[in-house]
Design a protein around this ligand. Structure first.
Ligand code: 15L
Length: 274
């Protein structure tokens, strides 16, 4: 049982879904976000910290008496290169370096399917260590996050697990998510496995439910003790009725990253205007 867990980006989508799910008897959740967090509910064992993951002094202070960190902080969507570099890449370095300095030995990092977004579905099941093929600057930041995690594990003997999260929402929101969905309850199961697996060293695991339409390996996640209990299939009929089948020639159907591989996510051209 991990007694005090620091969760960065605790006010974001995944952080909010995990706040209640990771609360257990005897555990303190130290919730950190750059934005104001909802106050503690009655009986909720939380500590609220308002800080940026790019602020080393604040991050070192936030590490005090912490047993493990779940790093969800940073931009969760595509942004300009400047923002991605500062918040996602430099912020992840700051987080890991603060953990090292303060003797926090276990860090779970939120990576993303967009680290390998250009992987083609036709290539077959996406392996746990599929080589990086980022689809956006955001995807590049998740590759950097994995590389930083690997460095801190190998050089300093820390346990660092990067979860390539598919799509973590209450329900799958479109046809692609029938393959990429991680239910919030399975997400909590996976985070718990990452927190408690004995001496994992550095790992990369997929963060998805046991979806019938999935195309991701669950081998490494299972090796840590994760056993998914949800499957997007229960939503398939409703999602397909609402959205229709994907056009097989569209990026959304062809690549792991879906529409993020298409022109709407071409930040370089948007920024340069050409
Ligand atoms: C992500 O990494 C994003 O943070 C999230 O908002 C979703 O868009 C998800 O990927 C996805 O690919 O569905």
């Amino acid at each position: 049982m991990t007694a005090r867990i620091l969760i960065t980006g605790a006010g974001g989508g995944v952080g909010t879904l995990m706040r209640t799910r990771l609360a257990t008897e005897g555990r303190v959740l130290r919730l950190l976000d750059i934005a104001e967090l909802p106050a503690a509910a009655d009986g909720e064992n939380v500590e609220l910290v308002e800080a940026s993951v790019t602020d080393m002094a604040a991050m070192e202070a936030a590490m005090k008496d912490v047993d493990a960190v779940i790093h969800l902080g940073g931009h969760s969507l595509e942004e300009s290169w400047d923002k991605i570099l500062r918040v996602n890449i430099d912020g992840t370095h700051t987080l890991l370096e603060a953990a090292r300095r303060c003797g926090v030995r276990r860090v779970v990092l939120a990576s993303s399917n967009h680290a390998v977004g250009y992987l083609e579905r036709a290539d077959g099941e996406a392996g746990d260590y599929a080589f990086p093929r980022p689809d956006t600057y955001y995807g590049v930041s998740k590759v950097a996050l994995e590389a930083l995690g690997s460095l801190y594990a190998d050089r300093y003997g820390m346990d660092v697990i990067a979860i390539r999260i598919g799509s973590c929402f209450e329900k799958p929101r479109d046809v692609r998510m029938l393959s990429t969905w991680m239910s919030p309850d399975d997400g909590a199961r996976l985070f718990e496995a990452c927190l408690s697996a004995p001496s994992p060293g550095f790992r990369v695991v997929w963060g998805v439910s046991g979806n019938k339409r999935g195309w991701f390996s669950l081998d490494e996640a299972r090796a840590l003790g994760y056993e998914p209990q949800d499957d997007s299939e229960e939503y398939a009929a409703a999602v397909l009725e609402q959205h229709g089948e994907l056009d097989p020639s569209s990026p959304a159907a062809k690549y792991v990253g879906g529409a993020w591989c298409g022109p709407d996510f071409d930040t370089a051209v948007k920024e340069a205007g050409r």
